[in-house]
Design a protein around this ligand. Structure first.
Ligand code: BGC
Length: 743
């Protein structure tokens, strides 16, 4: 390859509608319209362009093509948070297999997913794409997803590496994170996914970490990712991420996407002026060639453009039910008793179900089953007057907000405000109570790329509050039950109103079969077995990270104006991660703070007994077993969590306990028992010691806590653990002193 060919090869082929246009766009854009990008074709060398397409909830490509009557819809699977809430790695792998088949059959080569940033704060607008506040859950679920997708012979891109925990000013924000929090919390999920599933690619994030863009950070990409973790694939930028192409190449960020003509010029000139070694460029070219060689396109795979959408609809339907979390179920309000047939359905999203979030994590689906359709499919009767009233209201509200994003170049990526909720006068309510056996109220939330959620979005609106209060009063007065359903992509406030309804089911954004999936749970066809992968606080401010998070700040839509590290606006130009390792339950449990629903929590229609806990040790592996028995009256699966407490954590600055393993039982019939086995390596009990740059295990008698949630410990076992330490490179240091939270 000539220098020019190499320089072309490491940048993408541009992107229309943004400043990334260049001459190649037309040719490669036609390959799979709507894909996020392609690599640069070198026809004379027989190197085809490969196609890179989003994203976590399924393949995102255009459903319609110019002069083509065929459609190219993809299955909208449940959001990442729901998949993680299943705590079922096998199931996530199956979902990945189905997604990967669509990638392959629609002619794409790399799926730009999974997204595994940490839920540092509930207001991050993209949390729905991410998995958990806990790095172990996030890493394990991501690894399962990658294995599933890649089993088709197509690639994945684990993203956004790393520290992309806010959308506000995401391209210029400096995430200032202690080395310890980086290693234990923010890098950990990526480490697990890399080691357990070898994703073909990694996508760097937009932000800086401790003053350096992640895509320009050799310590991050070469030292940590490649040398310490053994990553063998290629690294690409997030779209328009980073600033200096030469620095990116030197850092080991092999491909700049979507690519701009200036980047080509600067790489060529930097090599000519010895700013960039040609050998660094060659290294990246080599990695990209290795990537391309593996792809279906290079291997001449004849894709059908006909993935098995019908089969995948069944996959998403059942996966979605399994990730729903039953938060409350007084007096067995759910499943709906057989005598219930008429449902009064409240809440706009009951009629206009939200399948997933907005932005690159969206999917061009053929349909979304609303809750009203799902309930009808399951044989329930819906109050038609209410349906008509809601539909009219939703249409009017949509008209009202239709132009909210006009003028914004990314309008098609952004969320529009959701309709205001309706409330009812007494006479209407009485009529509704008379016409129904039960009330279901759905609360909806929608967010996505570019913007974080507002505090008002975390809290309930006045109308939502009024609606819940008045419906509960009216239905309870008539001896009828009320179920609240949460069609949300992230955590909302529940503490102030959760006493009112009889049951609360968090259905998340459950993909295109959402209404059917919810109905399967409501009717009892499926027993809920999801558990929360994040803490639900009493108030948003309760999170330790809330002091250092952009609260209600204006979004920044400029994709290319970056490269100047500013430091004047707290939580905008920079964000100090002062909570350190105390993210999520690590904070709430260590500091004994009350919560609304703890990490790892979720009810079932049945109940489980935990018996005969035991622990054994073989070499440096600790194995815990426990018998889980279904002692209730219905079938169900149970998620079993294993936390470990360091004996010194009462004195040391260490969380009181940390999740180290989890397992899920098979579907147990009443009376059935399964022995669950969970293993932990001694090295995984280590904490990161900044003074010596090492992962250190303290010696002592550790507690192994078998639990149904972080606050529901079923058994406590002890084992002696020997001291050990593994030294790693002293890199990624903050450049400012962080005022870190300590115990
Ligand atoms: C997002 C990525 C996505 C990329 C390509 C970016 O704006 O942050 O997650 O993969 O666009 O669409």
């Amino acid at each position: 390859m000539t220098l020019e060919e190499k320089a072309h090869f490491v940048i993408g082929t541009g992107m229309s509608g943004a400043t990334g246009n260049n001459a190649v766009v037309g040719a490669t854009k036609k390959l799979v319209p709507g894909a996020a990008g392609t690599t640069y074709p070198l026809d004379s060398l027989g190197i085809p362009p490969i196609v890179l397409a989003d994203g976590p909830a399924g393949l995102r490509i255009d459903a319609q093509r110019e002069n083509d009557k065929a459609t190219y819809y993809c299955t909208h699977f449940p959001i990442g948070t729901l998949l993680a809430s299943t705590w079922n790695q096998e199931l996530v792998e199956q979902v990945g297999q189905a997604m990967g088949q669509e990638v392959k059959e629609y002619g794409a080569d790399v799926l730009l997913a999974p997204a595994l940033n940490i839920h540092r704060n509930p207001l991050n607008g993209r949390n729905f794409e991410y998995y958990s506040e806990d790095p172990f859950v996030a890493g394990k679920i991501a690894a399962a997803y990658v294995r599933g997708v890649q089993s088709n012979g197509v690639g994945t891109s684990i993203k956004h590496f790393a520290g992309n925990n806010q959308e506000t000013n995401r391209m210029n924000n400096d995430a200032r994170i202690s080395q310890r929090a980086l290693h234990e919390i923010y890098l950990k999920p990526f480490e697990i996914a890399v080691k357990e599933s070898q994703p073909w690619t990694v996508m760097t994030s937009y932000n800086y970490i401790n003053g350096v863009y992640t895509s320009e950070n050799k310590d991050l990409l070469e030292t940590v990712l490649r040398k310490e973790w053994g990553f063998k694939g290629a690294v690409m930028t997030d779209w328009f991420g980073g600033n200096d192409g030469a620095l990116q190449m030197m850092a080991g960020n092999d491909m700049l996407q979507p690519g701009r003509p200036e980047q080509f010029d600067s790489i060529v000139s930097d090599v000519k002026h010895n700013k960039l070694k040609e050998s660094d460029l060659d290294r990246s070219v080599g990695r990209l060639l290795e990537l391309i060689e593996k792809t279906p396109r290079y291997q001449g795979y004849q894709y059908s453009n006909k993935p098995d959408l019908k089969a995948h609809a069944a996959v998403t339907r059942s996966a979605a039910s399994e990730g729903m979390v039953l938060l409350k179920n007084d007096n067995a309000a759910l499943p709906l008793s057989k005598s219930i047939s008429k449902v009064a359905l409240y809440g706009c999203t009951s009629y206009d179900f939200i399948a997933g979030g907005t932005g690159s994590g969206n999917v061009n689906h053929a349909y979304v089953v609303s809750l009203v359709e799902g309930l009808k499919n399951a044989g329930y009767k819906i109050d038609d007057d209410m349906k008509a009233e809601y539909e009219k209201h939703i249409a009017a509200e949509k008209k009202r907000v239709a132009h909210a994003n006009d003028g914004n170049p990314f309008a098609r990526f952004l969320s529009l405000p959701l309709p205001e909720e309706l409330t009812f006068d007494n006479a209407r309510l009485q009529q509704q109570v008379e016409n129904a056996d039960v009330a279901i109220i759905t609360l909806g939330r929608l967010s996505g790329e570019f913007m974080d959620r507002k505090v008002a979005d975390f809290n309930l609106s006045n109308n939502e509050r009024t609606l819940i209060t008045q419906v509960c009063e009216a239905f309870h007065a008539a001896g009828k039950k009320v179920v609240v359903l949460l069609n949300v992509g992230g955590v909302i406030e529940t503490a102030s109103w959760k006493e009112l309804p009889d049951a609360i089911l968090c259905a998340w954004q459950a993909g295109q079969e959402g209404g059917n999936s919810v109905s399967d749970v409501l009717s009892g066809k499926a027993s809920p077995s999801g558990k929360l992968t994040m803490t639900w606080p009493l108030r948003f401010e309760d999170h330790a990270s809330s002091k250092n998070f952009p609260i209600d700040m204006e979004p920044d839509f400029n994709l290319t104006d970056h490269g100047v590290l500013k430091s004047d606006r707290k939580n905008y130009d920079y964000t100090n991660y002062e909570e350190g390792i105390y993210v999520g339950y690590r904070y709430f449990d260590s500091f004994d703070k009350p919560v609304s629903y703890p990490f790892g929590y979720g009810l079932s229609y049945t109940t489980f007994g935990y018996n005969k806990p035991s622990i054994s040790q073989k070499g440096d592996v600790y194995t815990v077993t426990i018998e889980v028995k279904n002692i209730g009256k219905m079938e169900g699966k149970e998620v079993v969590e294993l936390y470990v407490a360091d004996p010194l954590s009462q004195q040391l600055d260490k969380p009181v306990k940390e999740l180290k393993a989890f397992a899920k039982t098979r579907n147990l019939k009443p009376g059935e028992t399964e022995t669950v086995t969970m293993s932990v390596k001694a090295a995984d009990l280590a904490s990161f010691d900044e003074a010596t740059s090492s992962w250190k295990v303290n010696a002592g008698k550790y507690q192994f806590l078998v639990a149904a949630s972080s606050r529901d410990i079923k058994a406590s076992l002890n084992a002696d653990v020997k001291a050990s330490a593994i030294q790693v490179n002293n890199v990624l240091k903050p450049q400012v002193k962080l005022n870190l939270l300590h115990r």
